[in-house]
Design a protein around this ligand. Structure first.
Ligand code: SF4
Length: 491
């Protein structure tokens, strides 16, 4: 039997063929030397790898080396590896010649099945909703025969509630937090030493908030299905300054480290509906995130060409400024952006709506380079990987591919943020104002973005209405000039 090389995002039992298979884990320091990762992400990844090695005991070789190549030189046996999760890692593994690459694990829809589906659609835009239907039927999730349970594939019209602003939080118990142990203490001491040696991190250190073992992840999953899932759907699109996690599962890093197999969570959610009375709109939304969205963006990363990550059809050429790169929330006055950046800085995590409607939206409006943002999201979030951030930024928020997976740019003005959050009440800017000292940077930025890109998005039917509204604005040139003047300074 070959020794199975486990990358840091392949840590669950489903990445081994059986319980006795010999394993190899290589902790490469050069990964952290090359780019500044969030300190808590570095902690999470190293802690998860070391915990997995401790679980496997003599079955695993755990090498701490400068590079992966240094580690491989110490191993003479035949190796195999499940399909790595980045093009760079796949290329490296394939160049070794002696490492057999197996099909990917940790996702539901196989790459070959996805390619067959995508080839069969014959559309220029691959749509999540059609893939999601295909996946529900293919894997028999929430279906009765060929029909969706509840009569519709999407029950989103029953979700999308604004946040409970008066209560200030969603009425669910907090997710169980992991308890740090000796391995965490060793990781923290190592990272402190690396910093003294000159390796740079961004963000702040803090207590570990995310699971590093399968057991910790299973505890959080069970708690979510029992206590939080029911409230997930209604408030899924909303944000609260006083409740960062709301009813989100906080399990994305566990799926992306490979601690949980997504199908066990999908079946668990289905059971919560069928046996335990969890509301279908919440269950369906959770299933759509995992079986639909997560598998969709993973497979698109491989189905599209390598150049997708660097696409930039809206000519966003400004470099991401230093204050953003360093996650310096203190220089920002805009309440929404300041709070969300503070969440990234202090936790390495905010849920996906602030990522899209605050961070992605702001960067899109300013014309910041999508390739730099993919890299920033990858490094700064505990669950960030190139395969998911490429879709989030290039495909979705930045519309940098002119619609290979989305039908329009993810641009929105302050009025949307005002409706879906409690941020605007405590902000020095006015969400309705687009011109002047107190004009909301998101509202002014929205019109400025449309003005700058009107010729590039003119033929997009979903942008017809916003462009018509833009044409009726008498002050649009002044708004655009104001936003050019504001540039990439913190708002
Ligand atoms: Fe954000 Fe604008 Fe609202 Fe301030 S007014 S919180 S900048 S959307």
């Amino acid at each position: 039997m070959s020794r199975r090389w486990l990358f840091a995002d392949q840590l669950g039992p489903h990445f081994l063929d059986d319980r006795r298979q010999p394993a190899l884990l290589i902790e490469s320091k050069s990964v952290f030397r090359r780019r500044a990762f969030h300190r808590q992400k570095a902690h999470l990844v190293l802690s998860a790898m070391r915990h997995r090695a401790a679980e496997l005991g003599d079955q695993a070789r755990y090498l701490r080396t400068e590079t992966y190549a240094d580690g491989l030189r110490q191993v003479s046996e035949p190796l195999d590896v499940c399909h790595p999760t980045s093009r760079r890692a796949l290329d490296f593994v394939q160049r070794q010649g002696r490492v057999t690459v197996l099909p990917a694990r940790g996702f539901v829809t196989a790459m070959t099945d996805f390619a067959d589906w995508a080839d069969g659609t014959r559309r220029s835009t691959l749509r999540l909703d059609t893939f999601y239907r295909f996946a529900r039927l293919r894997h028999e999730v929430l279906v009765e025969g060929t029909d969706p349970v509840g009569g519709r594939w999407s029950l989103d019209s029953q979700n999308r509630r604004p946040p409970p602003k008066k209560a200030g939080r969603v009425a669910v118990p907090n997710p169980p937090m992991p308890r740090e142990d000796d391995i965490d203490a060793e990781v923290r001491a190592d990272l402190d030493r690396w910093e003294r040696e000159g390796i740079r991190f961004v963000g702040r250190d803090g207590p570990r908030r995310f699971p590093v073992t399968r057991r910790e992840a299973q505890i959080r999953l069970r708690h979510f299905l029992r206590h939080r899932l029911s409230a997930f759907g209604p408030y899924e699109d909303a944000m609260l300054s006083t409740d960062a996690s709301m009813a989100h599962s906080m399990l994305s890093s566990s799926f992306n480290l490979g601690l949980l197999d997504p199908m066990e969570a999908i079946r668990g959610a289905e059971k919560a509906y069928r046996a335990d009375g969890a509301p279908l709109p919440s269950v369906e939304k959770f299933v759509r995130q995992l079986l639909g969205w997560r598998d969709f963006v993973w497979n698109l990363y491989w189905y599209f060409d390598a150049g997708w990550r660097d696409s930039n059809a809206l000519a966003a050429r400004r470099t991401v400024p230093q204050w953003w790169q360093e996650i310096d929330a203190d220089v920002v006055r805009a309440h929404c952006l300041s709070d969300v950046l503070d969440g990234v800085r202090s936790r390495g995590w905010v849920h996906h709506i602030p990522r899209l409607t605050v961070l992605g939206n702001y960067a899109l409006q300013r014309g910041w380079r999508p390739d730099e943002l993919v890299d920033w999201f990858h490094r700064s979030f505990v669950d960030g990987y190139e395969w998911v951030m490429t879709a989030n930024v290039a495909g979705m928020s930045h519309f940098a591919d002119l619609g290979r997976m989305s039908t329009k740019p993810y641009a929105s003005a302050g009025s949307h943020l005002d409706r879906m959050s409690d941020y605007c009440g405590g902000c020095p800017y006015d969400p309705k104002a687009r011109l002047g000292e107190n004009s909301c940077p998101f509202t002014a930025g929205y019109w400025s973005f449309l003005h700058r890109n009107k010729d590039r998005i003119r033929d997009n039917p979903r942008m017809a209405r916003p462009l018509k509204q833009l044409a009726q604005l008498a002050d649009v040139e002044a708004v655009a000039a104001q936003e050019r003047q504001r540039g990439s300074d913190p708002p």
